[in-house]
Each structure stands twice: as structure tokens, then as C-alpha cells.
Design a protein around this ligand. Sequence first.
Ligand code: HSE
Length: 315
Amino acid sequence: MVQQMSSDKVEVIAPATIANLGPGFDVFGIALREPYDVIGVKRVSETGVRVAEVTGVGANRVVSDAKRNTASVAAMEVLRKANAEFGLEISIRKGVRPCSGMGSSGASAAGGAFAANLMLEKQLPLSDLVVCAALGEQASSGTLHADNVAPSLYGGFTIIRSYNPLDVIHVVPPPNLGIVAALPDVMVSTKEARGMLPRSVEMRKLVHTVGQAASMAVGMSLGDVSLIGRSASDVIVEPVRAPLVPHLKEAEEAAMKAGAVASFLGGSGPCVASFFDFSISDGKAIGEAVRRVFESKGVKVDIWVDGWGKGCRRV
Ligand code: HSE
């Protein structure tokens, strides 16, 4: 048996993310500070990747078959791209609940790719890791989308400028941009939510969406939280998915009344995400207002009120 040296193991934090942000379906995403997954990898001499254990929130919903697990598929892609002559054992501690709209599979995929990369002598650039992690994400959602894995790897705000070839633009959001992420006790499968998407889009909705998305990107780069808030309207995707999340509209309205600059469906849901300006409030009233909506209907909800976060990093 080969003895493992401590440098043959690494643990990384892979943050939750909110994708779409209103008008940026499959394009925009932002990293949160919390919650996050912790992904550990251990070098082994046999090639291939094995999932040793999955623990934490909703672990029973995560497949441990290495060919279908997002973290192991992503790690495998990294080893393959680097022609690595060793394998990995991977352990996944879920902090991001599956089926949350908070990039749960994306966080595991990003963490799997990031941790595997740390084991290489010659590491791949983050842009390559996004491709590997997106393939991992595909294993769970059925289609390739990179708007969760990109912010989980880079941190801050990311734009998928192009899928073919994959091109990620990374923007540091304003420091005073606050995020309330509310996760009601409802499950939404991304695969199912993607099955509801319209096949074509009316021209007037496209025009509206381009205006919103362009303005949000400008708001992010100029540090204008009010502009970001004014630019979060989604007339294409959220309306068709809204039935998946009971009390979504009431929660959004309550967040706005409590001082949010925008409130929208997080990713494919059921997360309800709101933006606020830290230079005006600490955001707690927004979190409480959303909590009251769900709890008054008998739905349990977890709430995170914080700033945006950094990308994957060593524990
Ligand atoms: N852009 C993806 C979707 C994100 O909305 O289906 C999934 O979290």
C-alpha cells in the first residue's frame, strides 16, 4: 500500500451562487459568501475518480456513482485535460442543499474541478476549470450551462459572453451590493425547470431583456447598486417557472417593501433572491419580511443576508 503524504490531499470551499439574476438566463451569476460545499480530494495511484463519501445537507439526493456525480465528473475532466497519471478519491460535504436554485450541483462541480487542479504539477487556468466544471454540472442538470460554475470558481459576478467557445467575463461587483437569499422548504429540479422553458421568444421581450441585461452589467462594473436593481426584470423565464415556487410573488413584493432594490427567482428556484444597498441598510428587515411570507403560509425557510462572495479556495 502506498502511504499518502499530507500534500496528497486537499480540501476546498466551493460557494453557492445565484444564476440568471433576472434578465441573464444562463449568462449571469454571482457568488455568495454562504452557504458553501467542502470538497476534499485524495491522490491515489489508480487512475479515475471515486466518490468516497457524500455528507451534509440533502446528501441523500446526491448520486455517488462517479460517472454521474457532478464533482467527480468535473474532477475527471481536469485529470483528463492534464493527462494526469494518477486518480482521486473525492469526498463531498454539502452545505448547499440540492434543488435549491443556489447552484448546489454547480458548487460541487466547481469544487471538484478546483480541488483536482490543486493536485496537478502544472495547473490549468480558471477558464479551463469552468469548462470541466460545466461538464460536471451537465451530468446533473442534463444540459450544459456555466452560469453557476463560473461565479463559484471566480467569485463575484460573471457573464458567460459565449458558450462556443466558452468565454467568461469576470466583474468585481460593488462592495455595497448586499444579497438576501431565501430558501423555502420546496424542491425544484433544474432539469424539470429547464423543461418548462419557452422554445421561442417574442421580439418585444427580447428587446426588453437586452436592455435590462446590458444595464445590469454596466451597474456591476460602475458600482451602481440602484442601476443593478432597476435592471433585474425578467419577462421571459421567471413568469413560466413561477408556478414551481408557491408564494414567490408575495415574497418578492415583501422584499421590495422592506427596502430591496430588486427581488427575483434565484436560478431555477425555489430560492428567492433580493439585492439591497449596504450603504442604506443591513438587509435584515428584507430577510425577515420574506421569512414572514413563507412562515405565515406554513413553509419553512432558510435565509442568508450577506455580501457577495469569493470563488473556490483552499480550506
Ligand atoms: N441558468 C440555469 C437555469 C441556472 O435557470 O436553468 C440553474 O440554477
